[in-house]
Design a protein around this ligand. Structure first.
Ligand SMILES: *Cc1c(COP(=O)(O)O)cnc(C)c1O
Length: 448
C-alpha cells in the first residue's frame, strides 16, 4: 500500500454557494490504470505526455452502436469518418469491425485505399475534390457526394471526357431547428436547390444517382433534428421514385452524435445530459420505416458517426511540471501538455484525474499547458486534490479530433500507444523528432 500523503494545512476563505466542504469536487479515486496497464509504466516506457487508445473500447463502442441500429432497422452500414482520427491502426480496427471509409480530402482517400478498403466502400465527401481525384474515385466505383453545382458540372464534363459513369449522391442541407444553420455544405432542401440538383443529375444521364446524404452538425444534442433531416431525405427519395421511377439505394444521415464529454459552460456533466445513441436511432429509423417505402425499396441506412465511437477510447497522460500561486491566491498547476496537443480543450471541460493516491482535501485550480502563450489553458477552473511536481494525471475522452487537429507548435507531438484486447501495448505513431520536422525544410545556399 502507498503511504498516505501529507498535505500542509492552509487557511482558506469560506466560499458561499458551494455544496459542502468538498466544494464541486469530482475526483474521488485516482486513475492508476488504462485498461489494466498502469499509467506509471506507460509513462516510463513511452514518455510523457502520451496519447493512449483502447482497442477494446473502440470495438465496444462500434458493436454497441451497430446493435442499436441493426435491432431497429434491417439495412445499416457505418463508414468511419477519417478526419475524426485517421491513424491507420485506428482505421483498421473500424474496418475489421465492418466499417466503410468516409473521407473528405484526396489524401484521406489515398489513406483509405492504402488501408485496403475497396473503392466501392469509400464515401468521398467535402467541398475539396480535384478533377483527378474525382476521376480516380469514379473509376474505383467510390461514392462521390456532391457538395455544390461547380462539382456537379465538373463531374458531368469529366464523365464525358473519361467515359466514366460516377456513382453519386448529393449532400443536402436543411433547417433542422439548430442555429446557426449548416447551409454552407451541400444543396439546400427548402429553397428547391436539392431537388434541382437531383433533376440535373438524372437528366444528364452521365451520373448514377445512388444515394442522398446529409451531415447536419456535430455534437448534436437534439434527436429531433435527425427526425427532420431523415424526413427531408425520405421526401426526396420518394419524389425520385415517383417522378423518375428510380430507387435511391441509400440514405446517409452523416455523423454528429455527441460523445459524453462536457461542453464548456454546461451546467451538468455530458455523461448525465447528452442523449443516448438509442434516442438518435429511434428518431432516424422511425421516420424511414414509417415513410411508406415498399420493403424491397427500403434504402440502406448509412451512418458516418465519428466522435461518439472513439472519444472515450482515447486518453492523454501527462506530468505536472510545476505549481504556483497566481496573484489572486488561486493555485496554478503547469502540465507538460498544452492546447497544441489537446485541441479539444477549446470546447470541452475535459475530465482530468490524478494518477496517484491523494487525500481528502481539494482546491480550485487552473491547469495550464507549458506553452509560452496566455491562451494555453487546459482547464480554467477545476476542483482537484493538490498536485505536485512529478505527479501524473489522466485526461479522459480525447480520442476524437485531437490526433488529427493537434498542432506542431513549440513542442513536438508525443507517442501514441494502442492497448490491444490482450492488454499488450503498441506504438501506433512515434513521437516526432527534430530530424523528422526538419526533413521537409531547405536552407538556400546563401544562408548556410
Ligand atoms: C466530420 C464529419 C463526420 C463525423 O462527424 P462526428 O460529429 O464526429 O460524428 C461525418 N460526416 C462528415 C461529412 C463529416 O464532415
Amino acid at each position: 500500500m502507498e503511504k498516505v500523503r501529507y498535505e500542509r494545512p492552509i487557511i482558506q476563505k469560506m466560499n458561499t454557494g458551494l455544496m459542502n466542504k468538498f466544494g464541486t469536487r469530482t475526483e474521488f479515486e485516482p486513475v492508476t490504470h488504462i485498461e489494466s496497464v498502469s499509467v506509471k509504466s506507460l509513462i516510463s516506457d513511452y514518455g510523457s505526455p502520451l496519447f493512449v487508445i483502447s482497442e477494446k473500447q473502440i470495438r465496444r463502442n462500434f458493436q454497441n452502436a451497430t446493435r442499436i441500429f441493426k435491432t431497429r432497422y434491417p439495412k445499416v452500414q457505418f463508414a468511419w469518418s477519417y478526419k475524426t482520427n485517421y491513424m491507420n491502426a485506428v482505421c483498421q480496427i473500424f474496418h475489421q469491425e465492418g466499417s466503410w471509409a468516409e473521407v473528405v480530402s484526396g489524401f484521406e482517400y489515398e489513406k483509405a485505399l492504402g488501408n485496403g478498403v475497396a473503392g466501392n466502400k469509400i464515401i468521398f465527401n467535402g467541398p475539396i475534390k480535384t478533377d483527378s481525384e474525382l476521376v480516380k474515385a469514379a473509376q474505383n466505383g467510390s461514392l462521390i457526394h456532391i457538395d455544390h453545382y461547380d462539382e456537379l458540372y465538373s463531374l458531368i464534363r469529366l464523365s464525358e471526357e473519361f467515359d466514366i459513369k460516377p456513382r453519386v449522391a448529393i449532400r443536402v442541407n436543411m433547417d433542422t431547428g439548430i442555429y446557426p444553420k449548416w447551409d454552407r455544405f451541400g444543396f439546400n432542401f427548402e429553397n428547391g436547390q436539392a431537388w434541382n440538383a437531383i433533376t440535373r443529375i438524372i437528366n444528364s444521364e452521365k451520373l448514377e444517382l445512388v444515394g442522398l446524404h446529409c451531415h447536419i452538425g456535430t455534437f448534436m444534442l437534439s434527436p429531433q433534428a435527425y427526425t427532420i433531416a431523415a424526413k427531408c431525405l425520405c421526401e426526396l427519395a420518394w419524389s425520385v421514385k415517383e417522378k423518375f421511377n428510380k430507387t435511391i439505394q441509400y440514405l446517409d444521415l452523416g455523423g454528429g452524435f455527441p460523445s459524453t464529454n462536457t461542453l464548456k459552460g454546461a451546467y451538468l456533466p455530458g455523461s448525465d445530459t447528452v442523449p443516448s445513441i438509442d434516442q438518435f436511432a429511434d428518431a432516424i429509423t422511425d421516420v424511414i420505416l414509417g415513410f411508406g417505402f415498399k420493403q424491397e425499396d427500403l434504402p440502406l441506412l448509412v451512418l458516418e458517426t465519428g466522435r461518439a465511437l472513439i472519444d472515450d477510447a482515447g486518453f492523454l497522460l501527462g506530468t505536472v511540471l510545476a505549481t504556483k500561486r497566481l496573484s489572486d491566491g488561486r493555485r496554478a498547476t503547469i502540465l507538460d501538455f498544452g492546447i497544441n496537443s489537446l485541441f479539444t480543450s477549446f470546447w470541452y471541460e475535459h475530465k482530468v484525474s490524478p494518477a496517484q493516491a491523494f487525500g481528502d482535501y481539494t482546491e480550485e485550480m487552473v491547469l495550464y499547458g507549458p506553452l509560452c502563450m496566455n491562451i494555453d489553458v487546459i482547464r480554467e477552473s477545476v476542483t482537484m486534490p493538490p498536485l505536485e511536481k512529478g505527479n501524473h494525471l489522466v485526461v479522459h475522452k480525447v480520442g476524437a479530433y485531437n490526433m488529427t487537429q493537434w498542432m506542431q507548435f513549440i513542442t513536438l507531438r508525443p507517442n501514441v500507444v494502442l492497448i490491444d484486447n490482450e492488454n499488450n501495448t503498441h506504438v501506433i505513431r512515434k513521437a516526432e523528432s527534430l530530424e523528422y520536422l526538419e526533413s521537409l525544410e531547405f536552407v538556400p545556399e546563401h544562408l548556410k
